[in-house]
Design a protein around this ligand. Sequence first.
Ligand SMILES: *Cc1c(COP(=O)(O)O)cnc(C)c1O
Length: 426
Amino acid sequence: MIKETNSSALFAEAQEHLVGGVNSPVRSFRNVGIEPIYFHKGEGPWLTSVEGRKFIDYVLGWGTFILGHSDNDVKSEISKQLELGVHFGSCHELEIEFAKIIKKAFKYINKIRVVNSGTEAVMVAVRLARAFTGRKKILKFSGNYHGHVDYLLVSSGSGLATLNIPLSKGIPLEFINETIVVEYNDTSALEICFDKYGDQIAAVIVEPVAGNMGVVPPKNGFLKTLREVTKIYNSVLIFDEVITGFRFEFGGLSNEYDPDLVILGKIVGGGLPIGVVGGKEEIMNLLVPIGDVYHAGTFSANPLTLIAGIATLRKLMQLNYTYLEELAQIFEEGVISIKNRFNNGKMKFNRYGSMMSIFFNDNEVIDSRTAYNSDRGMYSLFYKFLLERGVYLPPSPFESIFISFSHTINEINYTIDRIEEFFINM
Ligand SMILES: *Cc1c(COP(=O)(O)O)cnc(C)c1O
């Protein structure tokens, strides 16, 4: 039953009790200048609002629901586990099964530890890297997001950052002194940096496909150089595959580039909160209770999350990812054809597999500044037009558009037609 209420009334009430009415900032829809929609139900590629309006969902829990919402197999496994208990706070069999599946998908992962969010997994990975190398500095790339860890919430003023500016108040400059920021895809800046600081760099952390500054694919050779240079200087290479893990194949980009540590999240929790750190045994074994690097978690690897993750991964094992690639290609062809027909040079489309983004920008170069400098007013108009017609894109040009196995050609065609309509009306 749809309740007799509406998003606007709920948001007004929420603002009395929750900061800004939300529990995570992008949910406020501020980037597109409207109020949030309150959702009531998710099924397949569809989200239904409290008003009973249906939307084709391209956000999918920020990349989580690769099978679509409320997948029947995942749901039934969760229900079975509900009967047995949702949290033991101790060992259970699903931990082993889950680890085996992750190891099957990621050939360079020998050991894993399961935590409750991507942010938490990043914290553990960086702590491990610092302990393993006995060094302090962490190199990250501008525009890459690794959760809200203090020392990684940093942007850079220029290619080779000399002056780090925290992206958040409440982070003392001392906390980011050991963070180096380099422009994503800038291999020469990376090499200059290693020339200068190489023997002090504990780890390089990277999104192998950037998905938090709009989608920016890695340039040819960039990830390979990363692996080579970190090997030369004995720095730990951390692939943050929270989005990309199981997004393009049963596994991730790690299988090609052999990072030392891999971070997973989103998809692998089947819709429940999760983060995973995995990697080479000699590094992972530094964690307590074997080693001296501390980590603990009350809800780590709780059976409800793991059963949802296992059910999702088992299903992905059987599915053919070319389905997602084909739908994404059709989406791309549709958008590019519209862009050409309406001669809209401002419209930019980026894609890597089933991760895509649309910006409006005059500049041809796509880097970490593109989304920030893009025409956000235009994105907001575009966004509202589609939303009113039942297409739910990410409420910010920095976030990725995702496609799930539950989407069909019908939803894609409908979406392309609405995008065309937007340009006809403009
Ligand atoms: C979402 C995300 C995180 C953070 O995960 P949370 O579960 O939100 O803490 C880290 N890295 C990347 C690449 C992400 O997309």
